[in-house]
Design a protein around this ligand. Structure first.
Ligand code: ING
Length: 326
């Protein structure tokens, strides 16, 4: 009997700077209700799904930006999502900006800000949390940019690694091996492989990705933005024999355009479902988790084929070095 689960990629259209949390939560509740009608057992929402992509808006004093973050999860505004999970027996992934008061690496308890994702089970319990590791963009205002991308200002590097857990979901009482990453993480094969080495079967990721290159470092054909996003997720799934669900927040937010084209990808790297709008849209697929077995026991049988003794540069080196001239 195939181990199947029906997954929903719940793409969101634009959330404007002036929109309240309630606007976003109500739209997500509508997608959960649609998911219920279509047999969805696990629904995946985008990165920073509760607010506009606020790292495009520079602030001098970060304390002035606290209103963009969630100091509690669930909060009054987000509690309806957890109630809907219990009502529909539907797990959900949610990306949001997290405000935490916890010790840093020196042991000092302080206010900390992360670009965070959680996985909530059908009982409304948070079973996994992830904090974005690969923060793109910059920390200071960049006058050369058409649009700022200040993730290095608004967030700390995530400190939870890339955890994978096995947890019951939908019809899968025996559990599914699930992991998460966020947006830019998808471009880094290391993130995928760390979860592949934990036997991940389903990777969930949300993204808020500008549809045009904002760095004044050279021209990039616009169609390549979607191509690179799909390529990264397809490669990650194929090379780690897992399912991937990449979900956009899309549309034009206060004049800044983000692309949609959310996808569900199988362990062969094939796109099996794709959004065809840049608005709120639910795409679903009945995922056969046993599709992970072929890759995992043959071409990507890590125990049989990997040679970590030759990979030391990957963890010992940060930037590239110049090769010897011969
Ligand atoms: N956004 C973009 C992403 O990685 C980006 C930033 C776009 C980096 C295109 C490089 C190229 O999809 C976020 N939020 O990470």
């Amino acid at each position: 009997m195939a181990r199947r689960i029906t997954v929903g990629a719940a793409q969101l259209g634009a959330i404007q700077k002036a929109d309240s949390r309630k606007v976003a939560v109500d739209r997500m509740l509508a997608l959960m209700a649609e998911g219920q009608r279509r047999g969805v057992e696990l629904i995946v929402f985008p990165e920073l799904a509760l607010t506009t992509f606020f790292p495009r808006h520079y602030v001098e004093n970060l304390d002035e930006a606290d209103h963009w973050y969630e100091a509690a999860m669930p909060s009054n505004e987000t509690a309806p999502l957890f109630e809907a999970a219990r009502k529909y027996r539907m797990g959900f992934h949610l990306g949001y900006a997290e405000l935490a008061h916890e010790p840093d690496e020196t042991g000092v308890v302080r206010k900390r800000r992360f670009n965070t994702a959680i996985l909530v089970n059908p009982d409304g319990k948070i079973v996994l949390k992830y904090r974005k590791v690969h923060l793109p963009g910059h920390a200071e205002f960049d006058p050369a940019r058409k649009v700022q991308h200040l993730e290095k200002r608004f967030f700390e590097v995530g400190n939870l690694g890339f955890p994978v857990v096995r947890s019951p979901m939908g019809r899968r009482d025996e559990g599914i091996n699930m992991g998460m990453m966020i947006c830019n993480d998808r471009r880094w094969p290391e993130a995928w492989r760390v979860m592949g080495l934990q036997s991940v079967e389903l990777v969930m990721l949300g993204y808020n990705t500008p549809s045009i290159n904002q760095e004044a470092k050279g021209w990039e054909a616009h169609h390549l933005r979607v191509f690179h996003s799909h390529l990264s997720i397809q490669a990650g799934c194929y090379q780690n024999a897992c399912w991937g669900v990449g979900v956009a927040k899309a549309g034009i937010e206060d004049g800044a355009e983000l692309f949609g084209h959310s996808i569900i990808v199988n362990p062969q790297g094939e796109i099996v479902a794709m959004a065809d709008t840049w608005e709120d849209q639910l795409v679903t697929h009945d995922c056969d988790l046993d599709m992970c077995t072929l890759g995992r026991t043959s071409i990507f049988n890590f125990a049989a084929h990997r040679r970590p003794e030759h990979y030391t540069r990957i963890t010992s080196q940060v930037g590239a070095v110049e090769p010897p001239v011969v």
